[in-house]
Write a protein that binds this ligand. Sequence first.
Ligand code: NDP
Length: 459
Amino acid sequence: MPPFDQRIPKHDLSSGALAPLYEQVLRRNPGEDEFHQAVREVLETLAPVFAQRPEYLEGKLVERLCEPERQLIFRVPWMDDTGEVHVNRGFRVEFNSALGPYKGGLRFHPSVNLGIVKFLGFEQVFKNALTGMPIGGGKGGSDFDPKDRSDAEVMRFCQSFMTELYRHLGEYTDVPAGDIGVGGREIGYLFGQYRRITGRHESGVLTGKGLSWGGARARTEATGYGCVLFTEQMLRTRGRSLEGMRVVVSGSGNVAIYAAQKAQQLGAKVISCSDSSGAVVDEGGLDVELLQQVKEVERGRIAEYAERRGAQAKFLPGGTVWQIPCDVALPCATQNELGEQDAVALVNGGVQAVAEGANMPTTPEAVRVLREAGIAFGPGKAANAGGVATSALEMQQNASRDSWTFEYTEQRLAEIMRHVHDSSFETAERYGHPGDLVVGANAAGFEVVAEAMHAQGLI
Ligand code: NDP
């Protein structure tokens, strides 16, 4: 492998061709910090692309890419079990459909606002392009908090949410899936309401469905598994593998659980995971079955996992996994959860690779620390693309009324993750930044979308 290039390409956004564009993004989208951060990160790292291919700056193509095709905001009224009425806000940002129907998850979390949905939608456009599959980018959600709500309350909320959203969806227009706070239960309620309103069993309209009504095997596992398969590819280019490595995973939701499971299958020892109340350290290696029982079945807290493990595990209230010396760190919870000091702690603790299972979990300052230390870094657009890619495989099965085995689907996922890794790796090399997967993933995704938009005229 050529030596890792530690120089960080920088397109100076305070002057030059992109300055007025970024200024416009800030002006048009006031207060949307996460969206600004996502746009900035992409524009800065595309400097080598614009230097070699100045035609991409023509026709306001980059301006068009930064402006969603459509942004929907709607009222979601619902009644709780005591009869009290609540009013939440629903969002769907249909960002770019040059490559296919809008595709991207729904997030239910009290922190959700338009800026967060836009940052997620923007990232999704490049990620989906990187998979090589025919899917555009979108994202949605609500500031509804499903935590501590009964199944009946979650169902009433989902029904109300879909009563507005259904008119914008369709297997050829917009196909949502899950994200934080939206799993199999929520997808079930959403799909049921869509079917009732439209009178159609249109299985390709949502992904992450149950297996008996159009779901795909391995979709539940796909994001976490894909992230670990991507990590294995990164390590391979450095002549290493996950075998025997100590791994920490943040979060304990869908992505975290299956990242931990796959890492263990590949011979690593996963010693820590977390939730928003703290971290657990389990030096003997996480008991993933127990974790699934506590988090997926009982919807409990990570502290309860530690309690059930007894002397094996220790709960650190308010703690994070970044303080624990490890070889590999997989941030799998939420945006901006791994800051500069956390990155310093990881480097001091001997970390060799960091791959983002979550979307934008590493702050720009932390990314800088990791890159300058020469740590292998897999950005979310590439490392967590396995989830959406397997959603596209679910759409493929729905369209052909087929149902693949777990083994076959996992094999397809592995091929896709290899493609995502290799195209990011090769693109980074082509633009003179060998080994830099941030440049590689952004540039490879950008090229695909830019070519499609250029070919389709002024859209
Ligand atoms: P889940 O809701 O299943 O799990 C989220 C986990 O993150 C929970 O353990 C949660 O803990 C923790 N968490 C959430 N917010 C915070 C916070 N502010 N601080 C600390 N921990 C927090 O979500 P997913 O696993 O589906 O999603 C996780 C990440 O992966 C997100 O960034 C999502 O966008 C991304 N992603 C998900 C995909 C998927 O297929 N599901 C696909 C691609 C990316 P607590 O319960 O305490 O809130």
